[in-house]
Design a protein around this ligand. Structure first.
Ligand code: FRU
Length: 471
């Protein structure tokens, strides 16, 4: 499918990506083994899936400005999570119902075809608050048989199709096949400012019926973004990014929260939600999405935080934000554990001396108390009862985060040029953050741990060879 706006946008995005290439490549904070926007701004991962031999990673992409803009669906694909192909965006804001942003959504794979469900964002002109009025949040479907470009885009639901009592904020459809039909969850904000999830069912992937609303007995924030709902080893989990949850001591330290509820009972019928657990204790994890890869469930998140106000220096080089590494999610009772996919071990180059460490994978057995200082910029310190992550001036506004943890027994730190992903006790807790050390700084100072440090290589990222011809 194409129209004049689509064709112009495709040409312009290609042009801006080519024009920005050198400037972006000159940035010492460009990552080695994380997916980043070629230029411009990235937020949520979208449409994560495996279709035949390909993994697809789409993401919220505003190519024209590193500070954000109208969203497209940027696109990478890979056969092994190590060699990636950068494709042209799959979805452009080119229809009356998605003109002001092709917002977040998900992929359903059937018969080697991608069914991409997303929110078309429309902001009407006028004196509106864009919460209770003035905004269209449209549920749309794009179908792609070749996994490179869409064959069709269609509007499935507009605000009038959603249940009563809601603001205009209904978005981020996550769709999956279930019991001979299809289910979809969407995040919503009610007129009395409560976050909740809407569950829809369909028999044909196109006509959707609201069948349940999932929420807590007491209000928990005003909006739940980017929901995901899945069963893992016999337990349902409802993952979402709630906005408006006030800080309570060491809980909810970021502007917005990100975590999960165990769900007991039947999501389509009588259910209760258990206690909300945060997925991450660091500064930068939001809007994670999971997908099934054979019998494992993988997750990627946005390594960023909306409205946090950090001044990431990468904007000087024309880009901002990246995704986390792909992680395997496992169930431990009512908790979710996450751990980097084993594929990443193939990027281990050679063991490196602590004083030389730069981009690395550090695995450590820890004493009751200890600390790690990384590239003179970030200090991780633990003792019985807690672990703290402290960033100095290289935090670009990020200061201190505390993770309540009884005992730190082991630590894994994946350090890229400008990020840290810190896994405690085999993934029981995670702290994810961007950081901006002096580009020349190297080294890890350690007390209270025995560590092996591998220096890390790069993902191979190639531009889609037919890209130039396409636009
Ligand atoms: C979360 C979010 C989503 C929305 C998208 C727009 O970061 O606000 O709710 O679909 O970003 O880019």
């Amino acid at each position: 499918m194409s129209n004049a706006l689509h064709n112009d946008l495709a040409r312009l995005v290609g042009r801006i990506e080519r024009a920005g290439r050198e400037q972006v490549a000159a940035d010492p904070y460009r990552q080695q083994f994380h997916l980043m926007p070629p230029v411009g701004w990235l937020n949520d991962p979208n449409g994560l899936c495996r279709c035949g031999e390909w993994y697809h990673v789409f993401y919220q992409y505003a190519p024209f400005d590193p500070l954000g803009g109208v969203k497209h669906w940027g696109h990478y694909r890979s056969r092994d999570l190590l060699h990636w192909e950068q494709l042209p965006p799959m979805l452009y804001p080119d229809q009356p119902w998605d003109l002001h942003g092709v917002y977040s959504g998900s992929a359903l794979v059937e018969d080697d075809t991608l069914y991409l469900y997303y929110t078309g964002n429309v902001k009407h002109e006028g004196d509106f608050d864009y919460i209770t009025a003035g905004r269209g949040h449209n549920t749309a479907l794009a179908v792609s048989r070749d996994g490179v470009r869409p064959d069709s885009k269609e509007l499935l639901m507009d605000n009038a199709a959603y249940p009563p009592g809601l603001t205009c904020h209904v978005r981020d459809p996550k769709v999956w096949a279930q019991d001979g039909g299809y289910l979809m969850v969407q995040g919503a904000r009610t007129l009395d400012d409560r976050g909740e999830l809407l569950l829809f069912r369909s028999d044909d992937k196109r006509h959707w019926r609201h069948i349940n609303t999932l929420t807590t007995p007491e209000p928990f924030g005003y909006m739940w973004e980017c929901p995901d709902l899945f069963e893992l080893a016999g337990q349902w989990f409802l993952l979402c990014s709630p906005q408006g949850v006030p800080r309570r001591g060491d809980r909810f330290q970021n502007v917005y929260a990100c975590g999960y509820f165990p769900l007991y009972g039947d999501p389509c019928g009588a259910y209760t939600l258990g206690t909300f657990t945060e997925l991450d204790q660091g500064f930068d994890l939001y809007a994670p999405q999971t997908f099934l890869d054979g019998d494992r469930r993988l997750m990627l998140g946005w390594m960023g935080m909306p409205d946090a106000g950090y001044t990431d220096p990468t904007v000087l080089y024309g880009w901002q934000h990246c995704l986390t590494v792909p992680r395997v999610v496992r169930r431990l009772g009512e908790r979710l554990l996450s751990w980097p996919v084993p594929e990443l071990d193939a990027l281990h180059l050679a063991p490196v001396a602590p004083a030389q460490a730069y981009c690395f994978d550090l695995l450590a057995q820890t004493a009751m108390q200890g600390s790690l200082t990384i590239r003179g910029c970030a200090t991780i310190a633990w003792q019985p009862g807690s672990l703290t992550l402290t960033l100095g001036t290289g935090g670009a506004g990020r200061t201190v985060r505390r993770a309540p943890v009884d005992t730190v027994r082991s630590l894994r730190v994946l350090a890229d040029a400008s990020s840290l992903e810190i896994f405690l006790n085999e993934g029981e807790q995670v702290l994810t953050t961007r950081y901006y050390p002096d580009p020349d700084a190297r080294g890890v100072q350690m007390t209270g741990c025995e560590a092996t440090i591998w220096s890390m290589g790069r993902l191979a990222v190639e531009r889609y060879s037919r890209q130039e011809g396409m636009i």
